[in-house]
Design a protein around this ligand. Structure first.
Ligand SMILES: NC(=O)c1ccc[n+]([C@@H]2O[C@H](COP(=O)([O-])OP(=O)(O)OC[C@H]3O[C@@H](n4cnc5c(N)ncnc54)[C@H](O)[C@@H]3O)[C@@H](O)[C@H]2O)c1
Length: 420
């Protein structure tokens, strides 16, 4: 057995062949990442570097890990959520020379231990999703932050944390906000979340969506996708928001908008996707219909208040894989999917491979940018350089065989002048 297999902390190495099949499947549907991999194999941008990656550990992220490895890095991977880890994929990674510290259903303590193992690996650079690596480093391992060149952050919630650290002057290395690239949020957050959230809800519940009332809490990039797909499935969609501009947008997109306390009385399905806490609490549970189904697609399991739910329930039982039933004193029941964690990853396979292809091409190229600009960047949150964002869109079009027009020189001049 290889050294990585011995040093990794995984459930069962014998699962590797099944995980490898899953990785092969997504690799066959990720042409952008394949082309980045080919380039990395030639250039070896990470030669001599160690990279720790904290992402939902399933086949697409595993393939990203292998692409970074192909660029010459020694790679360690840890989970960004204990429920989304797929043990067979993790085994395949360990088998292929990547150090992995994760298993499905890790307790809070085990999860923390895995994060620390990933940092004991002494990385030079990081990929983070939700900010757990960066936050562990800054809270518990501050000395180590001096040795980090920088990294890239995947999601909205992680970027909110990074910006808060930057504002207080507490961020000790540069990070690239991958989520804020056009080629990330326009496609991953909107189309990826839109499709995969419904895939997970439908496969978990095996219930019909057409004709039901779906309440989408938060009309950001993810919420737009979830609402759009609910409409496509034939649901009546209600949106709740706190931002008046997003609320206007939702109304003009054809959805009903109302306060959560009103929506709570009407919904058959509730999906939180705000990045905020306490979006559904006791006051809402009190007025919900019998049989309401609750799911969260935001990064942390704080959007649906599980303490309130447990306090109100007279009986709790698991009724299906990934579904808990809460029975209230008046006999009403509500159902919580995937313990209120990101439903599309905890009760599904996450975003489609073609969507993550763009996001992970951005991740890989952003990490290369950070490493190649070592010493030239400040300890700030950077946007993905515009040329990388455009490059990924161009690659996407190329792989689809779609061509577009180019501006003529005269058009460029016209667009740049203010006199004509
Ligand atoms: N499930 C996934 O695969 C996936 C993918 C990408 C992002 N995310 C996560 O989903 C969350 C949302 O991401 P996004 O990119 O859509 O963010 P966003 O900032 O574009 O949208 C969030 C929206 O929620 C609204 N909001 C905040 N508090 C609210 C409240 N109490 N009630 C109603 N609306 C409220 C905000 O006004 C905003 O419009 C984040 O936690 C992000 O990390 C999940």
């Amino acid at each position: 057995m290889s050294k990585t297999v011995h040093d990794s902390m995984i459930r069962d190495i014998r699962l590797a062949p099944s995980g490898q099949l899953k990785i092969d499947w997504v690799a066959a549907h990720m042409p952008l990442l394949n082309s980045v991999k080919e380039q990395f194999e030639k250039d070896k941008p990470f030669a001599g570097k160690r990279v720790t990656i904290c992402l939902h550990l399933e086949a697409k992220t595993a393939y990203l890990g292998k692409v970074i490895q192909a660029g010459g890095a020694e790679v360690a991977m840890v989970a960004s959520n204990p429920l989304s880890t797929q043990d067979d994929v993790v085994a395949a990674l360990a088998d292929s020379g990547i150090y992995v510290y994760a298993w499905h259903g890790a307790t809070a303590e085990e999860y923390k231990m895995h994060l620390n193992k990933g940092l004991d690996f002494q990385p030079d650079a990081l990929i983070d999703d939700g900010g757990d690596l960066v936050s562990t480093l800054h809270h518990e391992r501050i000395e180590q932050t001096k040795k980090i060149i920088g990294g890239a952050e995947e999601t909205t919630t992680g970027i909110i944390r990074l910006r808060a650290m930057e504002k207080e002057g507490k961020l000790n290395f540069p990070m690239i906000a991958v989520n804020d690239a056009y080629c990330k949020y326009l496609f991953d957050n909107r189309y990826g979340t839109g499709q995969s959230v419904w895939d997970a809800i439908m496969r978990s519940t095996n219930l019909v969506v057409a004709g039901k009332t779906v309440v989408v809490i938060g009309y950001g990039w993810c919420g737009k996708g979830v609402a759009m797909r609910a409409k496509g499935l034939g649901a009546k969609v209600i949106v709740t928001e706190v931002d008046p501009i997003k609320a206007v947008e939702a109304v003009m997109d054809g959805f009903q908008v109302m306060p959560m306390i009103e929506a709570a009385k009407r919904g058959d399905f509730f999906i939180t996707v705000t990045g905020n806490k306490d979006c559904i609490t006791a006051e809402h549970f009190y007025v919900m219909k019998d049989g309401a189904i609750l799911a969260n697609a935001g990064h942390f399991d704080v959007e649906i208040n599980k303490i309130d739910l447990n306090n109100m329930a007279k009986n709790v039982r698991k009724v299906r894989n990934n579904i808990e039933e809460f029975t209230f004193a008046d006999g009403r029941k509500v159902y919580l999917l995937a313990e209120g964690r990101l439903v599309n990853l905890a009760a599904g396979d996450g975003h489609p491979a073609e969507v993550m292809d763009m996001t992970f091409a951005l991740q890989a190229l952003s990490l290369r940018y950070i490493v190649e600009h070592q010493g030239q960047l400040e300890n700030r949150v950077y946007s993905v350089p515009e040329e990388l964002d455009r490059h990924v869109a161009e690659l996407r079009l190329q792989t689809w065989g779609i061509e577009i027009d180019e501006l003529t020189e005269e058009q460029v001049r016209y667009l740049e002048s203010w006199v004509e």
